[in-house]
Ligand binder design. Structure first.
Ligand SMILES: C[C@H](O)[C@H](O)[C@H]1CNC2=NC(N)=NC(=O)C2=N1
Length: 114
């Protein structure tokens, strides 16, 4: 279990502090399989997970959905045959909050639950 995954998520707020340019590299180092991407001018974290079939992809999607509901923080999930694309960002704050890194680390743990 990574240290990030054990930390508590804060509630999503419009005035939530975004991760600074100085903090970004260290946080990214802790979730090496995630790629920072800018979409519609908003920085996001994305990872594609591969599976053997649609059923496994859907089961993983549901596990990620469950941890999102638990945390009150929600990703974009694209479920395809053998593949799930997970994207985290803070909608209200319009960028990356530390919560998104915590949730990315927790998402990785759902793979181990396979
Ligand atoms: C009221 C509720 O907590 C908010 O709408 C939450 C829901 N889930 C959320 N998820 C994400 N990723 N960003 C948000 O700003 C957000 N806001």
């Amino acid at each position: 279990m990574t240290e990030l995954a054990q930390q508590q998520c804060e509630a999503c707020r419009a005035d939530a502090p975004l991760v600074s340019d100085e903090e970004l590299p260290e946080l990214l180092r802790q979730i090496p399989d995630w790629t920072p991407i800018t979409r519609d001018g908003i920085l996001q974290l994305e990872r594609v997970f591969k599976f053997r079939n649609f059923k496994q992809a859907l089961a993983f999607t549901n596990r990620v959905g469950a941890i999102a509901e638990e945390a009150g923080h929600h990703p974009a999930l694209l479920t395809e045959w053998g593949k799930v694309t997970v994207t985290w960002w803070s909608h209200e704050a319009k960028g990356l909050h530390k919560n998104d890194f915590i949730m990315a680390a927790r998402t990785d743990q759902q793979l181990e639950a396979e």
